[in-house]
Design a protein around this ligand. Sequence first.
Ligand SMILES: [Zn+2]
Length: 483
Amino acid sequence: MAIESSTFSPHRSGWEAFTLLRGNELVRRYPFLRDGAPLRREAEWVGILRAGALPGGAVLADVYESVRTEIGLALEAQGPFDGVLLDIHGAMSVLGYADAEADLARAVRAAVGPSCLVSASMDLHGNVSRELAATVDLIACHRMAAHEDDDEARQRAATDLLRRIDGSGRPHKAWVQVPVLLPGEKTSTRLEPAKGIYADVARVAALDGVLDASVWVGYGWADEPRCRAAVVVMGDDPAVITREAERLARRYWDARDEFEFVAPAGSYDECLEAVLASDARPFVLSDSGDNPMAGGAGDVTWTLARLLAEPAFAVPPADGGRSAIYASLPDAEAARAVADAGVDAVVEVRAGARVDDGPQGPLTLRGVVEHVRLDDPVGGTVCVVAVGGLRVILTERRRPYHLESDFTAIGLDPRGTDVVVVKIGNLETELYDMAEDWMLMLTPGGVDQDLHRLRHTNLGGPVHPFDPPEAFGPGPDLTPNLL
Ligand SMILES: [Zn+2]
């Protein structure tokens, strides 16, 4: 079960959020288990259930519990098994649960019994409590952010699982948490210090006596005691894995103040000032605090309300103003009303802040309908409303705008527009390539990049950068637990 869900977002992830795969359809989801792949032939693979979702708010308890029950019953009914590949993200928040992945791992363990090996493959933005690490037999995560290597990491988890089933059984695990919690946008593995740390992970994984090594950045948008960085080194030489896990943890801790945003970042005012002083076109701004792909509700109106009040966008370029696109604001009722009015109609609708009205309430959108699409597979009804030089994309459902074709499909020309504002964190590749310049805009919302503004209260002990240096005394104890 894989989702990244923010406890700071009022959005709730229900059944509609999840895509369920079972049986052969599930087995074929993994490139390394398709017909002809070597791993496919080494074992008989049974697809139990995978419930995967786009990031969102916390998962409804009954949805999680139904998935957990089905997984448990199917494991019992179709077993016995020699091993389980547990494909989890690690940042699933479920209402009423403080450590959902450990709970799920316990349920899997209860269903398969003590002799079956369970290998967990995770996202490096997941959290690893002691209980999760202790409940499974193998645990690892991918090493790249952006996640170009996610299936590669799952393949490694599956390969290690088969190797241990056939040979030496359970490895030792050296587990240690590092009391540092950073937003993903500060920990790109393309840049130092994360780049060097993850290069070191690969080096450690190749040492004699080591099966695999992993460093988790953790997930900053949940308020749970497990949320922080973690290190696990697995292998058969307890001395080596303990030494290396402590060394990686120390390296992460020592680098804690060196992590920077991957792009120029600034407040709304700083970003607007930069945009209006620049000739770069398009200048892309990420409205990052409400990024639906990190768990934001998507309908925060804070940034759009400011753009609508910005004199530079009040009139189109022909009349001396600047052009801008705002992608996007989901509001089913408003999208329907605008679609019903039809292209060229002058509309006035209240929109947004139905799910997340924390930073700002609904706003009034008054403009001309430029485009209506009724059948967008993700967004449902999608409309473009022109307000002066600003084109606002209004959607029935949350929908990411990461590709140039997302814009051109609804009659917009992002390359010919001065400013393109997208609800995203770091730019996805196509946006990045298209942007003549860009800034990460530190806006409020359920996935605010300024973690201080979220006011965590359940981290259970000092965590950098929330607590002052003196809270850590002479420094945190980074001695690994041998599990
Ligand atoms: Zn991730």
